[in-house]
Design a protein around this ligand. Sequence first.
Ligand SMILES: C[S@@+](CC[C@H](N)C(=O)[O-])C[C@H]1O[C@@H](n2cnc3c(N)ncnc32)[C@H](O)[C@@H]1O
Ligand SMILES: *[C@@H]1O[C@H](CO)[C@@H](O)[C@H](O)[C@H]1NC(C)=O
Length: 243
Amino acid sequence: MREDALKPAMLNDPKLKVVDVGGGTGFCTLGVVAAGIPPENITLMDQSPHQLAKAKAKPALKGVTILEGDAEDLPFPTDTFDRYVSAGSIEYWPEPQRGIREAYRVVKEGGLACMIGPVHPTHPVSRFFADAWMLFPKEEEYIEWFTKAGFTDVKMTRIGPKWYRGVRRHGLIMGCSVTGIKPKAGDSPLVMGPKAEVSGKANTNPFTFLLRLLLGTAAGFYYFVLPIYMYVKNLVWPKNWEM
Ligand SMILES: C[S@@+](CC[C@H](N)C(=O)[O-])C[C@H]1O[C@@H](n2cnc3c(N)ncnc32)[C@H](O)[C@@H]1O
Ligand SMILES: *[C@@H]1O[C@H](CO)[C@@H](O)[C@H](O)[C@H]1NC(C)=O
């Protein structure tokens, strides 16, 4: 499952230098190791020291370079890695385009970036709750971000909800792996201004806040509580149980 999601990343040579951005506790990084990349050729980066502490505790990740940093402002020189992977993180980035531009910058000429993330559900009910809870990119948006950043040969592979559930535990969301190749060494052709300071722009209107809170709770129920309820219900009253 995780291996399927990583297949488009072409981790086919132990000499590849790989970075896992938003790598958290290292679930995806373990997949990079399993694909045959030696830990000493892998860098795991995340903005949360708490998540990284969990990754550092994993024996299978011993030897991996683990460091703190922002996906939208990567602490690496231009043209550093052969592969960039990121799984289940982009949906938290304030400016995904900026992060993908950074992916382009740190990959070497001929290198490949692979972004694994959720996609905006097409079923109207799922879509409604996805919108209420968090913003999920549309498939076309991933393609557009990659293309604008300068990647060529941009491809999208859909992955099943089963794999994605392993990362996010809300079973109704589909995922995708998007890949692109960096055609030419150097910085991205996409020019972006400096990163805007995130000024805790929380919605201060109490009515909107309440509405969002209610919608958020309903969405949480739909994605998290409902699948558990259905699972437990099936244990207690198996499907073929008739009145
Ligand atoms: C759902 S976890 C996924 C972790 C891991 N990739 C996996 O497959 O299990 C999302 C991770 O993205 C990280 N993250 C969110 N925004 C980030 C950013 N701007 N820069 C770096 N990491 C970020 C979080 O700290 C968290 O560890
Ligand atoms: C890591 O990659 C370098 C080249 O980038 C290579 O020489 C080395 O053998 C790799 N490490 C292992 C253990 O394969």
